[in-house]
Design a protein around this ligand. Structure first.
Ligand code: SME
Length: 159
């Protein structure tokens, strides 16, 4: 199965998983688990950093090893994606100036910023891979669609 086909299969599964649910932490935990399990060979850390009105993002639900609790605006790949308001793909984390290393196993990374329907920033989805240069446009498109449906379903659940 191609990567594109894997996302085609995964998107309705995630839609079903979160439909009608009202527990935000539970939803984010299940979405990170579903993504992590869908790509077990590649995804080493899969989770959320949330915007709670502060100048740093706070660690949210995730799958993988222990991670840092907060990431300042503009710092690391997550803070940069927040600052730039767009998905960032980092093919080699060692070549990204200011990368925040939570594990030496992480070699490449993708971060998708999350905005709700009123364009309010809610946080980021962060995925790390143990492979160099592991994320491509198919990942970007698939993950952005997942974040779009997540944001639509959780619109009223963020504080
Ligand atoms: N590498 C991220 C920090 C979070 S961990 O990867 C879980 C960054 O540079 O923003």
């Amino acid at each position: 199965m191609t990567r594109k086909e894997q996302y085609e299969q995964l998107i309705p599964q995630i839609a079903g998983l979160i439909k009608g649910e009202t527990n935000l932490v539970g939803i984010l935990a299940n979405v990170s688990a579903a993504l992590h399990e869908a790509f077990p060979e590649r995804f080493f850390w899969t989770g959320f950093y949330l915007y709670e009105g502060k100048e740093t993002l706070s660690l949210g639900p995730f799958q993988g090893s222990v991670a840092c609790y907060s990431i300042p605006y503009g710092k690391g790949v997550c803070g940069k994606a927040w600052e730039e308001g767009r998905t960032l793909i980092v093919p080699d984390v060692e070549k990204f100036s200011g990368h925040i290393a939570c594990s030496s196993l992480s070699r490449s990374e993708i971060v998708v910023p999350m905005y709700d329907a009123s364009h309010t920033f809610r946080g980021v989805l962060d995925i790390d891979s143990t492979y160099l240069n592991d994320f491509n446009e198919d990942d970007k498109e698939g993950l952005e669609r997942i974040i779009e449906l997540l944001m639509a379903e959780t619109q009223n659940l963020f504080q």
